[in-house]
Write a protein that binds this ligand. Sequence first.
Ligand SMILES: [Zn+2]
Ligand SMILES: [Zn+2]
Length: 128
Amino acid sequence: MGITRRTKSVDLLLEEFQKDSGALSTTSLINRLNSEINKTTIYRVLDKLEDDGILHSFIGSNGIKWYAKCTDCSKHKHSDVHPHFQCLECGKVDCLPVEVPIPEIENRQVTASHILIQGRCKECLNSI
Ligand SMILES: [Zn+2]
Ligand SMILES: [Zn+2]
């Protein structure tokens, strides 16, 4: 995995993303890992992994920051302008593999977009 120096905290954090296919909020990561890694380290490692193109972040409801694995990013280029989906029943968030065209805006350069679509996920729809 490139130049990221593998430390124990990096390993532990990445393991959480391996277990879960969806996105994880900073709050739930802190809850899961706070016996092993302190909060400050969690934020620092997440920042670093995002810098390295391994994770990308976006803002969910209540202003909570979420992270998900990148598929095609590198240290030099993040290409995660896809929308994210949050299930209002179970709270699960995942990346949507669809493209949402971002309009050209005069005199502005778009470098990021945070589109959060909310509704019911597949599992919740099936359990009705
Ligand atoms: Zn759900
Ligand atoms: Zn995503």
